[in-house]
Design a protein. Structure first.
Length: 382
């Protein structure tokens, strides 16, 4: 799979080379140097994708930062150039009617058109990525969402759950980022904290210090964790055990009863939707087995696609992450096709779904059109 991805990236970079270098620069030293720089960027990007979760974060950051930033710039360069292809084609006839000799500048219309397109694409890509870095590396916003549950005991009404997802601790995101999240959550004084997966991109020995502030999360009923797909890429068992040492309850196709102001509801959690590949499949039915059907049930599931099983088990509310809200627009279009939702509040009959955009990011430290957030879900009775 990785080799297929690397091959696709190489082919797409050939298109970039043609539009940004071959079409704009004459043969010679400048074109050779520009080509070498592009090849180097591709190699660093592939190294970031291949080694970002296997090397010590202190080492991996040296390839992660330039490699992932180039990945984002490459994406927006590619998008901008493709958008500019129709105007280029429309102006080909004009460029072909070149006066002889060419204009006083000595630059042909064809080259001027190529350079103009390259400049527009470059400015757009670098501008978007620069803005996206400030958004991704800035503090997540706090989104407060009241959700009414049809079966919630009126005494439990007002229970507030802090929903955190997709921190992705790794070579770029470390302890300082985690501490900021903890401070933001604690300032809200929630009644429970739910970490719905993709906490890490690396092993416990490398990232234990980065995750350590999570032990300071404070709430009435405690902190709960379910695995995301990225925990399985790096060895989920080590992280399930480690979060427990931080005072966090790992819900593995399990549920607990929350008693809030004398009112009770069920809080369940399931393994990631892809966990069957590691013989650790999600099982909403097992998590719900034996529940009181008169009592409201809230399900923590990393991926929104689990909502189909939640509906089948008559769950009142599912809380999820995974999508990052698309992270880099217009990726939300692909996310919608794969997950059926992107971010926000949805209804599926009597089952509701809320999807957070996540507090961190994966890969490029860039968010465009999908700012990070932590959601405070306030449960209300009818």
């Amino acid at each position: 799979m990785f080799l297929l991805l690397a091959g696709l990236l190489a082919v797409l970079h050939l298109y970039l080379w043609k539009r940004l270098i071959r079409d704009t620069l004459p043969r010679g030293r400048t074109r050779t140097v520009a080509t070498a720089v592009l090849v180097l960027l591709v190699l660093v990007m592939v190294a970031a994708l291949a080694l970002g979760t296997t090397l010590d974060p202190a080492v991996a950051q040296w390839v992660a930062w330039p490699g992932y930033l180039w990945l984002a710039i490459f994406f927006y360069l590619l998008l901008a150039l493709l958008v500019l292809e129709p105007p280029r084609l429309a102006l080909r006839r004009w460029a072909g009617r070149e006066p002889d000799p060419p204009a006083r500048t000595g630059v042909s219309r064809r080259v001027a058109l190529a350079r103009g397109s390259a400049a527009v694409a470059g400015v757009a890509a670098v501008g978007l990525v620069g803005y996206g870095v400030t958004v991704a590396m800035g503090p997540p916003s706090i989104t407060r969402v009241p959700i009414t549950l049809r079966r919630l005991d009126p005494r439990a009404s007002g229970c507030r759950i802090a929903l955190i997802s997709d921190i992705h601790l790794g070579p770029i995101i470390g302890r300082r980022f985690t501490q900021r999240i903890v401070d933001l959550v604690n300032a809200e004084r929630p009644d429970a904290v739910a970490i719905v997966g993709d906490l890490v991109d690396g092993d416990v020995p490398a990232l234990a210090d980065a995750a350590a502030p999570l032990a300071d999360l404070s709430s009435t009923h405690g902190t709960f964790f379910v695995t995301g797909n990225h925990e399985y890429y790096v060895g989920y068992r080590q992280w399930v055990e480690h979060v427990r040492t931080l005072g966090i309850t790992a819900l593995r196709n399990q549920r607990v009863t929350i008693t809030h102001n004398g009112g009770r509801f069920e809080l369940a959690g399931v393994n990631d939707a892809t966990a069957y590949q590691w013989q650790d499949a999600a099982d909403v039915a097992a998590a719900m087995r034996g529940r009181d059907p008169e009592r409201a049930a809230v399900l923590l599931a990393h991926q929104p696609v689990d909502v189909a099983d939640a509906v089948a088990q008559d769950v009142d509310l599912q809380l999820s992450g995974h999508t990052h809200g698309g992270q880099l627009t217009p990726f939300e279009l692909l996310v919608s096709q794969q997950q059926g939702v992107v971010a926000g509040h949805y209804r599926f009959g009597d089952t509701q779904l809320y999807v957070t955009r996540g507090a961190g990011f994966w890969g490029p430290p860039v968010r465009v059109g999908a700012p990070p957030d932590i959601t405070i879900v306030e449960l209300r009775s009818p």
